[in-house]
Design a binder for this molecule. Structure first.
Ligand code: GLC
Length: 489
């Protein structure tokens, strides 16, 4: 039966765990393929080979030596290496030193060229490898040109005519906006490939916009965010276009890697525990207090934030209420890198409140896991949040979240209601520092009622945020995309 046929799925992304990670995108693309494979599909991945991806450490092999890639007025020779994740899932890496052998993953004036090159090289490499995908699944702006290509320069290419595209938005705030030259580089500068009738594309080159407009199906990483981006408040000027594609826009919540994220086996934490042995969890709290040089005392509420230090993540709200928060006698730990401005604010505060505030301006997996396992309350006051992974990890480790009710945060955290006894955390609706503050106060109040608190912890730990269910939904979307593609719509 055609419907049950396993699919050949090619996933393109700019970052993939364990090779390169800047944000949650890398976690998602590093985990979803394993769940798709478990459902019986042939999944392959592609990313650039950055400087930090050491060929030896990751055992990369070379699968294509010299592949010419057309970049408009010039050609680039790339080679293709292969690594793997999970059980033999191939990860093709486009090796083009001039473009990717650099200090960082993003942030260069030629980022447009870099990711156009990456995408074009991947499609051409598949031709050489004679592996024609049923689905190309593209993520974020870096790969948005691919759905556009399948409708333009590759439209009549027999190798790709039956390939459908799925485009996933992880963050609409980064759209890949460039000058017209990038269209020449991408080979889509011809008249028929400009879209003067489409307002969002008439005056700018918006690569994400092209992805949204041409993909057979578009997804984003929670149902709530899929609704939010249809509105001007969250739509980042693409809400109108998204509304026009509404019948093929799907929200699918991210999962987390349940094998990696498990308080019963986590190799970094002091004492293992699960929902039935929560008494032992406190040993992680004292071990953490000791490690970060805060007074060791189980009765002092320990609050935590692990995040990019940026406005999007609510640091503007936090910096307005941090002093009254500390006046509640709490301890607070912050881990993450971000805007210089926030680095300074928090470093100064930590110097003033050494017994209450511990700041680590770095990225450190080991410490992160200990924070999830040892702190009482996890703060996530993001202004907007397509999905959010940290609140899911926090809940899995019995750390109770306080969130701004938006996007994936709204879909996964419900305010505890003392009347009905329902809920698994705390939430505030308006993006306002004092609403945030009030939510923290409610949490601190409830923390004194150990039995109720434990129920909240257990609810968070019982929730299923593994990838299985979400992978099944992606496969449904892939089948939808194929149907859309076939119907020629
Ligand atoms: C982006 C979003 C975040 C989401 C992640 C993975 O980083 O900001 O909310 O969890 O992508 O989809």
């Amino acid at each position: 039966m055609d419907y049950e046929r396993p699919l050949r799925i090619l996933i393109l992304a700019a970052e993939i765990v364990p090779f390169a990670k800047v944000g949650g995108l890398a976690d998602v693309v590093g985990a979803l393929p394993k769940a798709l494979q478990a459902l019986g599909h042939d999944v392959r991945l592609a990313m650039p080979r950055y400087r930090q991806v050491d060929p030896q450490r990751f055992g990369l092999t070379t699968v294509i030596n010299a592949l010419p890639v057309d970049m408009g007025s010039f050609r680039v020779q790339v080679s293709v290496r292969q690594g793997e994740i999970g059980e033999d899932i191939p990860v093709y890496m486009i090796d083009a030193p001039r473009f990717f052998d650099r200090e960082n993953i993003y942030g260069y004036t030629d980022d447009g060229d870099r990711f156009i090159l990456f995408c074009r090289a991947v499609l051409e490499a598949m031709r050489v490898l004679k592996w024609s995908p049923d689905i190309v699944h593209c993520h974020d702006w870096h790969t948005g040109i691919v759905p556009n290509w399948l409708h333009t320069i590759y439209r009549n290419d027999p190798f790709l005519t039956s390939t459908a595209s799925v485009y996933t938005i992880h963050n609409l705030a980064y759209q890949g906006i460039f000058g017209y030259r990038i269209l020449e580089v991408a080979g889509v500068a011809a008249n028929g490939f400009l879209y003067p009738q489409i307002t969002e594309l008439a005056n700018v080159v918006d690569i994400m916009g092209r992805g949204i407009l041409f993909a057979d199906a578009v997804t984003t990483v929670s149902e709530r965010y899929a609704q939010e981006i249809l509105t001007p408040t969250f739509g980042e000027k693409l809400d109108h276009m998204l509304r026009s594609r509404q019948e093929r826009l799907f929200g699918i919540l991210n999962g987390i890697d349940y094998e990696e994220m498990n308080p019963l086996t986590d190799r970094y934490i002091h004492t293992h525990f699960d929902a039935s042995s929560l008494d032992k969890r406190v040993e992680n709290k004292t071990a953490l207090q000791e490690q970060i040089h805060l007074p060791v005392n189980v009765d002092i509420p320990l609050l935590a934030m692990i995040s990019r230090l940026a406005d999007q993540k609510g640091f503007d709200l936090l910096s307005q209420i941090i002093q009254p928060l500390l006046a509640q006698g709490i301890q607070f730990i912050v881990l993450g890198i971000g805007d210089q401005h926030y680095h300074e604010i928090f470093q100064n505060l930590a110097a003033r409140y050494p017994d209450q505030l511990a700041i680590f301006l770095t990225f450190n997996t080991e410490l992160a896991q200990r924070i999830y396992a040892g702190s009482d309350i996890f703060l996530m006051p993001s202004r907007f949040e397509p999905c959010g992974l940290s609140q899911l990890i926090a809940m899995r480790y019995g750390c109770v979240p306080i969130v701004h009710s938006v996007g994936g945060l709204a879909d996964t955290v419900q305010e505890y209601d003392p009347r009905t006894g329902k809920g698994n955390g705390f939430a505030f609706t308006n993006y306002d520092p004092w609403e945030f503050f009030a939510a923290v106060v409610r949490a601190l109040e409830l923390l004194r009622f150990k039995d109720i608190w434990r129920t909240l912890q257990q609810r968070g730990m019982a929730a299923d945020h593994s990838w299985q269910a979400s992978a099944v939904r992606y496969v449904e979307v892939y089948r939808n995309a194929l149907a859309f593609h076939k119907s020629g719509k």
